[in-house]
Design a protein. Structure first.
Length: 176
């Protein structure tokens, strides 16, 4: 038996409030209204991280029948497109992270090498100070790449996972 879907509920005057009114695309390809998307995504973040999601749209005005039939596909289409965009951004982020890590590592290695060479020159106090400054500078240069590798990419990955769940959301319309 499948697990029950976690429920997101949206209350609107009319179904048209769910979608961006300035988007000239056909109904099933329209972008969601920014406020509606923010509401849905923020609610979904508060639900359990695994399992299916259900979006219940409560409207006060009876919608056009053709829109009711394509509502679920329209919402899924929006989140599928949004997830595909985030997937591309995530791949670029990971690529940049790897490049920054290589650059930082090379800079750190260069700082160690230069510090060692200066340390061998025989100027004890000045040489030691320069050597230590280079080593500190090399580690500071590694700060951002290591921050990305250890922490930053997790949030982007979690956002991508959430959008993937919303791309297959079950949509139910509660209308008069």
């Amino acid at each position: 038996m499948s697990e029950p879907a976690a429920r997101i509920e949206v209350r609107l005057q009319s179904l048209s409030q769910l979608f961006n009114s300035l988007d000239p695309s056909p109904f099933h390809e329209r972008d969601l209204d920014q406020d509606a998307e923010t509401f849905i995504v923020s609610w979904a973040r508060e639900l359990p991280r695994h399992g299916p999601l259900e979006l219940v749209v409560h409207v006060r005005e009876a919608p056009v029948p053709e829109r009711v039939a394509s509502l679920e596909e329209a919402v899924r289409h929006y989140f599928r497109d949004h997830a595909a965009l985030k997937e591309r951004e995530f791949r670029q982020l990971m690529r940049r992270g790897r490049i920054n890590l290589v650059i930082g590592g090379l800079f750190l290695a260069g700082c160690f090498a230069l510090g060692t060479a200066i340390g061998r020159m025989g100027y004890e106090t000045l040489g030691d100070g320069i050597k230590e400054s280079l080593i500190i500078g090399g580690w500071v240069a590694m700060w951002k790449p290591l921050e990305f590798v250890l922490y930053d990419w997790w949030a982007a990955r979690e956002e991508l996972r959430l959008l993937g769940r919303l791309a297959v959301v079950q949509v139910t319309l509660d209308a008069p």
